[in-house]
Design a protein around this ligand. Structure first.
Ligand code: ADP
Length: 385
């Protein structure tokens, strides 16, 4: 610790020089201790704290360099200034190389030494301030790291809880769906129109709930690292062709078209085929859902370096700029002016983003409100050449 008032030790065997220098520095407001001998100085350095030590290089008992060494060992921040006659300039230069702040050739110019001391003290304060800042930064970093670790554990626990809860919910839900279907199909006996309508409502809600439970399960599984990804080389053309078949019953009643444009010679992608189908189906279903009847949908795939860039495009309702970021957050869904009732879980895009990021890819949206949207995601190519 540095003392409150800047304190200076002057070690000089020549009484006149010592007295003059001490007087000048005291006048300048410093607390000055003047000593004649190197041995005394060594004792004093061990028991007191100084900001600056001014020492003659040639003392009768101990050399100035030894004083420098001891002072630096005890307090690396102390500024040691050497005084020397012309004969010892070389030693003084060595002293600077060894860590002395400066050296002066006697007779010392009072203004010069005062300026040097002022600069040394400024530097000392800056260095102390720096150290304090670094220490405080290190402390904050440590706290941040610990908080992050806690957060990771909590997120993991949340994902595991959701995964197991969703799993448990699916079994009774499937029983409800199964028996409702049996009753609707009149297997246990006849039902009237009102009962049929009730069963149909039960089934609609159960399917919606099952969809939500499945998406929560998927999302928490990916997040907790429990979802297995079987990576293989997959031909994108085949996946997209199969998607067009799956989408047909969704698109046909609404008279929506789906165009496919795949760059010629596009290499295979290295992904889990099932997850890729899930991503494409999610995006294509959204495009259809948020596009009026008779609208146009398109899937484009191009190569971009070692990546394949797939876009799912529609000329539907579009997304306002302020909503474009947040639609990827879990449970974010916006009103669909095309359908009055609330549909969807707000989990689809969150799941899609999590899956794409698992492959090291990314997903983004470009959209103009009222004109349509383009969702683009990247997938690693199977070969790199
Ligand atoms: P949801 O199950 O509600 O579709 P998503 O996470 O898939 O959940 O989508 C979140 C929201 O993003 C949707 O509610 C919708 O407002 C918006 N959105 C997604 N895709 C499109 C699209 N192609 N056109 C317009 N809005 C879209």
């Amino acid at each position: 610790m540095m003392p409150e008032t800047d304190s200076i030790l002057v070690v000089e065997d020549e009484a006149g020089t010592r007295a003059t220098l001490s007087a000048i520095l005291e006048d300048a407001g410093y607390e000055v201790t003047g000593l004649e001998k190197g041995t005394e100085a060594r004792k004093m350095i061990r028991s007191h704290s100084f900001n600056v030590i001014i020492t003659d290089i040639r003392l009768p008992d101990v050399g100035g360099l030894e004083i420098l060494e001891l002072a630096k060992e005890i307090n690396p921040d102390v500024a040691v200034i050497m005084m020397t006659g012309y004969a010892s300039i070389e030693t003084a230069v060595n002293a600077v190389n060894e860590g002395a702040y400066a050296y002066f050739v006697k007779p010392v110019n009072p203004d010069e030494i005062k300026t040097t001391i002022t600069n040394a003290l400024k530097q000392q304060r800056l260095s102390l301030e720096n150290k304090r800042l670094v220490e405080s930064l290190q402390r904050s970093n440590k706290l941040l790291f610990e908080a992050n670790e806690e957060l990771k554990k909590a997120t993991q626990a949340k994902s595991e809880f959701l995964a197991s809860m969703s799993h448990e919910l699916r079994t009774p839900l499937n029983v409800i769906i199964g028996f409702s279907e049996l009753m609707r199909d009149k297997v246990p006996g006849k039902i009237n129109e009102e009962q049929r309508q009730c069963l149909s409502d039960i089934l609609d809600s159960s399917h919606r709930l099952l969809n939500l439970v499945n998406e929560v399960l998927d999302l928490s599984k990916v997040e907790s690292g429990k979802m297995e990804f079987k990576l293989e080389n997959v031909a994108l053309t085949e996946v997209i062709e199969s998607l067009t078949r799956t989408m047909l019953p969704v698109l046909a009643p609404r008279k929506q078209s789906l165009d496919i444009e795949i760059e010629e010679g596009l290499p295979a992608v290295h992904v889990d085929e099932g997850r890729l189908e899930q991503v494409l189906l999610n995006l294509a279903t959204n495009s259809s859902k948020f596009t009026p009847d008779g609208g146009k949908l398109k899937i484009e795939a191009v190569r971009n370096g070692d990546w394949c860039q797939v876009s799912v495009i529609d000329n539907g309702i579009g997304i306002k700029e302020e909503d474009q970021e947040r639609i990827f957050e879990p449970f974010c869904w916006l009103d669909n002016p095309l359908t009055k009732e609330k549909s969807g879980t707000g989990l689809g895009l969150a799941l899609v983003e999590t899956i794409v990021e698992k492959y090291g890819g990314r997903i983004w949206v470009e959209s103009e409100y009222g004109k349509g949207s383009r969702f683009t995601f990247t997938l690693p190519l199977a070969i790199t050449d």
